[in-house]
Design a protein around this ligand. Structure first.
Ligand SMILES: Nc1ncnc2c1ncn2[C@@H]1O[C@H](COP(=O)(O)OP(=O)(O)O)[C@@H](O)[C@H]1O
Ligand SMILES: [Mg+2]
Length: 232
């Protein structure tokens, strides 16, 4: 098998609190290969957000190793961590975070501009990938929550991240809308060959993964391939 995109070994994230040490991550080991779509599932307080924050180098582990494309991921040095994130990580937020004064298309153009490459044709193509070709000139306030989340997905892949992450990204959508958002997400990841890890406590999202990792009390309790899903 090809080298892993990323590998965590015996990763730990302990918090020291007045009440004692909280082992939010307590020896987590796994590797992820290119093209995988991982759902990280676990009850509230199991360590999902902590793990995602370590994956994105928003937070630093207190023990163990984390390598990304063969290199140790920077820790405790905000500048190097920031450039690691900028170069490699895309993120879909639970609360969309779209700019309300810009149209759907302008929200994508802005991200391209910040990345140094404005490309309206590509921006429209990305919005087409998530089924929003008819909404490009509308404002976020004029479209539904599910549509706004699809704009946020198009925006998150505009810079072609190596790894796309999301934390409870359907957390405030109803089931039908969640399914539409996840379908758009899966098709966009497949089209753009993006590896992804999505955190949720919702068993209903398992069907969108190629692999499901379950976590409880800071430890992985199961890790299974659920579909091979190789793009033709
Ligand atoms: N900054 C922090 N200080 C102390 N404990 C924390 C902190 N952040 C998270 N924790 C604890 O770590 C554990 C895992 O939290 P979290 O990763 O947010 O879980 P999840 O996202 O699965 O709900 C919980 O027990 C939580 O209370
Ligand atoms: Mg969480």
């Amino acid at each position: 098998m090809a080298d892993a995109l990323l590998r965590m070994e015996n990763l730990q994230r302990h918090y020291t609190t007045p009440a004692g040490v909280v082992k939010a991550l307590d020896g987590v080991s796994f590797e992820i290969h290119e093209g995988e779509r991982v759902i990280l599932l676990g009850p509230s307080g199991s360590g999902k957000t902590t793990l995602l924050n370590c994956l994105s180098a928003l937070d630093s582990p207190t023990g163990g190793t984390y390598r990304f494309l063969g290199e140790e991921v920077p820790r405790n040095q905000s500048e190097k961590m920031t450039s690691f994130r900028r170069e490699n990580i895309g993120y879909v937020f639970q609360f969309f975070n779209l700019l309300q004064d810009l149209t759907v298309l302008e929200n994508i153009l802005l991200i391209q501009e910040l990345a140094g490459k404005k490309d309206p044709a590509r921006a429209k193509e990305l919005l087409g990938l998530v089924g929003l070709e008819a909404e490009v000139d509308r404002f976020p306030g004029e479209i539904s929550g599910g549509q706004q989340q699809r704009v946020a997905i198009a925006r998150s892949i505009a810079k072609r991240p190596t790894l796309l992450l999301g934390d409870e990204l359907t957390g405030n959508l109803d089931t039908e809308t969640s399914n539409k958002v996840m379908e758009a997400l899966v098709s966009a990841c497949q089209q753009e060959s993006i590896t992804s890890v999505f955190v949720t406590h919702d068993e209903g999202l398992v069907k969108y993964a190629t692999r499901v990792i379950r976590i409880d009390s800071g430890k992985i309790v199961s890790d299974e391939q659920v579909s091979s899903d190789k793009k033709a």
